[in-house]
Design a protein around this ligand. Sequence first.
Ligand SMILES: Cc1ncc(COP(=O)(O)O)c(C=O)c1O
Ligand SMILES: N[C@@H](CCCC[NH3+])C(=O)O
Length: 425
Amino acid sequence: MSQFSYKDGVLHAEGASLTAIAEQFGTPTYVYSKAALLSNFAAYADACAGRDALVCYAMKANSNLAILDLLARQGAGFDIVSGGELLRVLAAGGDPGKVIFSGVGKSVDEMRLALSHDILCFNVESIPELHRLNEVAGSMGKKARISLRVNPNVDAKTHPYIATGLKANKFGVAFDDALDTYRTAAKLPHLDVSGIDCHIGSQLLDDAPLLEALDRLIELIDQLGAEGIELHHLDMGGGIGIDYRDADDAAPVPVGTYLGRVFARIDAWRAERHNGKPIKVIFEPGRSIVGDTGVLLTKVEFLKHGEEKNFCIVDAAMNDMARPALYQAWMDMQPVVQGSAAAAEFDVVGPICESGDWLARDRSLAVAAGDLLVMHTAGAYGMTMASNYNTRGRAAEVIVDGDTVHLVRQREKPEDLYALESVIK
Ligand SMILES: Cc1ncc(COP(=O)(O)O)c(C=O)c1O
Ligand SMILES: N[C@@H](CCCC[NH3+])C(=O)O
């Protein structure tokens, strides 16, 4: 159930009115619902109950410390892609023993940091990375647990910029090279070959491609087992999509249904071909944990009636939310107060000097200058992809818990944005 709903014509996040939040904290502001976050995580935790499974939240989707802290307290692990993300997990009190490290370009320093905190596993994406990790671990007198990210060459049927499991993508080890790469890994003295993983793309509404990828991973686990290379975990990556409320989109498969299908396949395989041996299952969801927990609250600066189009110019921009500009993503917009003006068709745009600075196109909106608008389903890949383009400070972030609103990130002040710079004397 959405935690964002109208009460007496005013949009609320849980028990807090978005008008009051804008008055207190200004705009643009990301507003998250704690109840929505906990309920999304519970969908994964419930489906994993009683099983050897771990949910490693892909924190690139939203890495605010308060969100990490709430998830860590629910038992979440974390999927990280940089040393900086590991530092955030530690700062939020997360358990490094539940951290997996993904990404194609891990640096020596990042490997050292992760090894010094004894993370659960490195998801390795190439042979040169295997050698680098082996050397770094050796120099520290450690063994690094690794899994290979295998590219199952499955079409995820999502936007090309967020599909990752095709041969043409930079990610993972090619399926046909995987056996050889495992053989190489197994010979390296400072690596402990522990698992296999894949991640075929993001915002998948159907789980069929994910299950196809699972079948391919299982095939490899069988082949490796026959050579004496025993794997202890299987990591499905992230990818389950969410409902952006776009009427053109199909409904996403529910999380519980998807996980149920994964476990059913794994159980059948273990019973029939794996001699009942255990295998831990890891998931790396990002968007489906945080996407619908947040809105971006913004104010209308001006309405501008052009020759061909009407523009609703707001104080949020592509630096706050890049998804429309980057992927032509459709994000739902609604006024905070219902019925303040007659509806007209607008492009909702920001103040940045780029024609690509738009948040929504061709939308019927009943708004006047000075009104508040929200962009829905903005909790994932919103704030984490924000920038300071045009020397704009990034937005504030608040979390609503019942009728209490907690400021969890202050608005950046423009005068702080050049603090690291200096002129040549
Ligand atoms: C390796 C990896 N794991 C997990 C995720 C999280 O994906 P999603 O937000 O679609 O669940 C991503 C991002 O697509 C990723 O690259
Ligand atoms: N940033 C993308 C998703 C990419 C996921 C990272 N592998 C989005 O906003 O949809």
